[in-house]
Design a protein around this ligand. Structure first.
Ligand code: ADP
Ligand code: ASP
Ligand code: MG
Length: 474
C-alpha cells in the first residue's frame, strides 16, 4: 500500500496530466491512495478572487467561466464523454457554491475564515472530479474521496490541526475497504471538523494530507511527486548551483521544511516519522531520477552539509528572569500562552545565561502578546520582543567538527556583523540555526551556499579524477 501525492505543478497542463496518468498506471499493482492538489494556479486564482470580492471589484462571471473553461478543456482533451458527465456535475456544483459565497463576501465586504476555506477547497474538489474522469477513461477503477469525511481537523479553518487518532479510525473504516477494488483519489489540502465543516491545512497542505493518510494506513511509503528532482541544497528559484540531496533523516527534512524550504509543507514530516514511514520526493517529469528519500537516521548514510534554508518572518521572544534561573515550569507557561493564542513556537532555547530564554515564533502574532505573557508570568520576568528577525538553517552532519565550514561561517558572521555565539540557537542535532537581522538573512544563505557549492564541485572533480586514475591503472 502506497500513498502518492501530485501537486499543482504536476497537474498544470494536459501533457503533464498524461504523465501523471502513466505514473499511476505503472504503480497500479498494489493498493493505491492518490492525493491530488488543485490544478496549478487555481488556488492562487481563488485567493485573488476573494480579495477582489472584499474590495467589491470581482467579476464573478469571468472567474467562474475561466475555471470552468480550464477544467472543461482538460476533460475534453483527456477524458472520454461517458466518464465526463459526473465530473461536469461536480464542477458546476462547486463553482455555483463558490459563486454564492463570493456574492456574500462582496455584500459584506468581508470574509470569514470558514467561507475562505470553503472557497479555496473547491480547487481540490474540482481536480479530484477531473482526475477521476481522466483515470477512469484510461481503464483504471477509481473512487473519488472528499477528505472532509476521513481527515478530522479542528475549526481553525485556515490552518486546521489534525487529530491523527480520529483520522486513523475514519480512514480505516471508510477508506481502506475501498482499496481492494479501486484506487482512492483524495482531495489534498482539506480536512473536516467534527461537524463536517470544511477546513484547510494551510497553503501547500496536500503534502501534509499525504503523510496523514500514510500514517493512518501504515503505508509502505509516501511519494510526493513534484516539478524538481527532490529536496535541493537550496531554493532553485533563488540560488545557483543547487545540488540534489539524495537522503535526509526525518529530523533534517523537518528542519528544512520548518525553516523555509518550500518544497514540502512544514507539517508533512511528523505523521510519517511517528511510524517510520519513508517519504520519497520525486520529479514527475524525470521519473528515472532517484529523487530524495526521507527516512530513519539509521537508514541513511552520513553526509556532510546537506542543505541551507532560511526565513525572514521570525519574532524572537527573549525572557529575562529577575530572580534566579528560568525553570521548566516557566517555559511551560510561555508555551501554553502561545498555544492559547494559536501561536506555533518553532524552537525554544536558553539565552546567553540560565536567566534568559529565547522562543522563536512567526512574526504574525498579535500586538498584545507581550501583555499576555507578562500577565501569565505574573510580572516576574522581562519580556523582550524582536519582530524583525530572520533565521538561517544549515542542515547536515558533524557541522561543528567541519573545520573549513566553521572558518567560513566565522568569516561570514564577521562580514555581516553577526555575534556568532549569541546568535547561535542551541540544537540537539548537528544542524546549525543562526538568528540574523532580516536584511542579511538572504545574503548569508547565499554566501554559505556558494561556499558549499564550490566544495561539492571540488569533491565531484576529485571523485572523477580518482575514478579515471583507477581505470587507467587497471
Ligand atoms: P507542488 O505543486 O508539486 O506542490 P510546489 O511549488 O509547492 O510544488 O513545491 C515545489 C517547488 O519548491 C519547486 O519548484 C522549487 O522551486 C521550490 N523549492 C523551494 N525550496 C526548495 C528546496 N530546498 N528543494 C527543492 N525545491 C525547493
Ligand atoms: N492547492 C493548495 C495550495 O496551492 C494546496 C497544495 O497545493 O498543496 O496551497
Ligand atoms: Mg506544494
Amino acid at each position: 500500500m502506497r500513498v502518492l501525492k501530485f501537486g499543482g505543478t504536476s497537474l498544470a497542463t494536459p501533457r503533464r496530466i498524461r504523465t501523471v496518468t502513466e505514473i499511476i498506471r505503472e504503480r497500479n499493482n498494489e493498493p493505491l491512495v492518490i492525493v491530488f492538489s488543485a490544478l496549478g494556479g487555481i488556488t492562487n486564482l481563488l485567493v485573488r478572487a476573494i480579495n477582489l470580492a472584499i474590495l467589491g471589484i470581482l467579476d464573478r462571471d469571468q472567474l467562474v467561466s475561466a475555471i470552468r473553461g480550464r477544467h472543461g478543456y482538460f476533460l475534453e482533451t483527456l477524458a472520454k464523454p461517458e466518464f465526463s458527465h459526473e465530473a461536469k456535475t461536480v464542477i458546476d456544483f462547486q463553482l455555483e457554491e463558490a459563486r454564492k459565497l463570493l456574492v456574500d463576501i462582496t455584500a459584506t465586504a468581508s470574509v470569514t475564515e470558514k467561507e475562505r476555506a470553503r472557497i479555496l477547497a473547491s480547487g481540490e474538489r474540482l481536480s479530484v472530479a477531473l482526475l477521476t474522469a481522466i483515470l477512469r477513461s484510461n481503464g483504471l477503477s477509481v473512487s473519488p474521496v472528499d477528505a472532509t469525511t476521513i481527515i478530522r481537523g479542528d475549526s481553525n479553518f485556515g490552518n486546521s490541526s489534525v487529530d491523527l487518532d480520529t483520522t486513523t479510525k475514519l480512514v480505516n473504516s471508510q477508506l481502506r475497504p475501498q482499496l481492494d477494488h479501486s484506487i482512492a483519489a483524495v482531495t489534498g489540502f482539506i480536512a473536516g471538523t467534527d461537524r463536517g465543516v470544511t477546513a484547510t491545512l494551510g497553503r501547500n497542505g496536500s503534502d501534509y494530507s499525504a503523510t496523514i493518510l500514510g500514517h493512518a494506513l501504515n503505508a509502505e511509503a509516501v511519494e510526493i511527486w513534484t516539478d524538481v528532482d527532490g529536496v535541493l541544497s537550496a531554493d532553485p528559484r533563488s540560488f545557483d548551483n543547487v545540488q540534489l540531496i539524495p537522503e535526509l533523516s526525518f529530523n533534517e527534512a523537518n528542519e528544512l521544511a520548518v525553516f523555509g524550504a518550500k518544497v514540502i509543507h512544514p507539517k508533512t514530516i511528523r505523521p510519517a516519522a511517528m511510524k517510520s514511514i519513508p517519504i520519497r520526493i520525486k520529479n514527475t517529469f524525470r521519473r528515472k531520477n532517484p529523487g530524495t528519500w526521507i527516512r530513519k537516521p539509521q537508514e541513511i548514510s552520513p553526509g556532510k552539509v546537506k542543505g541551507i534554508t532560511g526565513r525572514e518572518d521570525i519574532s524572537v521572544i527573549e525572557l529575562t528572569s529577575r530572580q534566579g534561573p528560568i525553570r521548566e515550569s516557566t517555559t511551560n507557561i510561555v508555551l501554553s500562552t502561545f498555544k492559547q493564542l494559536g501561536i506555533v513556537c518553532y524552537l525554544h532555547s536558553p539565552g546567553k545565561d540560565d536567566q534568559t530564554a529565547r522562543f522563536i515564533i512567526h512574526d504574525d502574532h498579535p500586538k498584545e502578546l507581550r501583555a499576555h505573557l507578562e500577565s501569565a508570568l505574573s510580572g516576574k520576568y522581562d519580556v523582550g520582543i524582536d519582530r524583525s528577525c530572520g533565521i538561517v538553517a544549515v542542515i547536515g552532519d558533524d557541522l561543528s567538527s567541519n573545520q573549513q565550514f566553521q572558518q567560513h561561517l566565522k568569516a561570514v558572521a564577521a562580514e555581516y556583523r553577526i555575534d556568532l555565539p549569541a546568535s547561535l540557537l542551541d540544537n540537539e542535532d548537528h544542524n546549525i540555526l543562526i538568528l540574523t537581522p532580516v536584511p542579511v538573512t538572504v545574503p548569508i544563505i547565499k554566501s554559505l551556499h556558494a561556499f558549499l557549492a564550490s566544495n561539492w564541485k571540488q569533491e565531484a572533480q576529485n571523485r572523477q579524477l580518482l575514478s579515471t586514475t583507477f581505470k587507467q591503472e587497471n
